[in-house]
Design a protein around this ligand. Structure first.
Ligand SMILES: NC(=O)c1ccc[n+]([C@@H]2O[C@H](COP(=O)([O-])OP(=O)(O)OC[C@H]3O[C@@H](n4cnc5c(N)ncnc54)[C@H](OP(=O)(O)O)[C@@H]3O)[C@@H](O)[C@H]2O)c1
Length: 249
């Protein structure tokens, strides 16, 4: 589980532990990761391994894979992700590079490495966290939304490539969720009362994963599901300006 020190990742770690899964938690902030690990150990008898790593470093996927050598990873959750809070030309170029290295390159490298191990073992699930922002080009969060469109497209295609291997690749597209994403340089648009609680997002994800044939794409929340389904079908010239206005709200 990457990005397990706060938000959706921390909640997903807790709820997976409640189901009896041993966990490997990865993020940069050791104090916060240890807090999550302690919370889990108080309520569930599972093994929790904590790995401090900056996944935006170029060789991070290879190093994490090497660090977990010998552990059988049944479920990989690529949840670590960052956003931006300004338009492209107002954002530091290094921030955009960092975002792409984390949201795109690390996720791809980890899916490739652990996916191959799962195929060798004949079973496993790769869960990649995208966003409803993947549904359409999103002005004012252009690079973030494009990175999440990559996650959606890559994971969907990977799931098809993996057919018959016993391994699945599943995309999750959460809508706005009350996490530390904004405090970490991203932006959660809209009023707070419209934002979902991480616990509800995670419960929906796990309910969908529990079904005998989980869908390729999970969109938590009815309004988000409608948005994700409708937006790509509307004429771009109409939909993109509407989305741009919503992002400014
Ligand atoms: N919140 C929303 O509205 C929303 C909506 C749709 C999708 N999402 C997606 O949900 C995922 C989780 O985000 P969140 O909302 O839960 O935000 P969050 O609370 O900021 O969590 C982000 C997690 O990613 C980790 N992370 C960030 N940079 C990292 C790096 N370089 N190396 C390793 N770990 C790193 C953070 O840990 P450290 O800082 O300790 O490293 C943290 O655990 C992201 O992929 C995000 O794009 C969020």
């Amino acid at each position: 589980m990457t990005g397990a020190s706060s938000g959706i990742g921390a909640e997903l770690a807790v709820q997976l532990a409640e189901r009896g899964l041993d966990l490997v938690l990865v993020a940069r902030r050791g104090d916060r990761l240890l807090e999550v690990a302690e919370r889990i150990r108080r309520t569930a008898s599972v093994d929790v391994t904590v790995i401090l790593m900056d996944l935006s470093e170029p060789d991070a996927a290879e190093r994490l894979h090497t660090r977990t050598h010998g552990l059988r990873i049944h479920v990989l959750v690529n949840n670590a992700g960052i956003g931006t809070d300004a338009d492209v030309i107002e954002t530091e170029a290094e921030r955009l590079d960092e975002l792409l290295r984390l949201n795109v390159l690390a996720l791809t490298g980890l899916s490739r490495r652990y996916g191959a191990d799962m195929v060798t073992n004949g079973s496993g699930i790769v869960v990649n966290i995208s966003s409803v922002a993947a549904a359409i080009p999103t002005p004012h969060m252009a690079v973030y939304s494009a990175s999440k469109t990559y996650v959606y497209s890559f994971t969907y295609a990977l799931d098809v490539e993996l057919r018959g291997t016993g391994v699945r690749a599943i995309t999750v597209m959460p809508g706005t969720t009350r996490t530390e994403f904004g405090a970490h340089g991203g932006r959660i648009p809209g009023p707070d009362r419209m934002h979902a609680a991480p616990a509800d997002v995670v419960a929906t994800i796990l309910r969908a994963l529990d079904t005998p044939e989980p869908p390729s794409v999970i969109v938590p929340g009815t309004a988000n599901a409608v948005t994700a389904a409708l937006l790509p079908r509307l004429p771009r010239g109409l939909a993109v300006p509407l989305v741009a206005r919503a992002m400014r709200a």
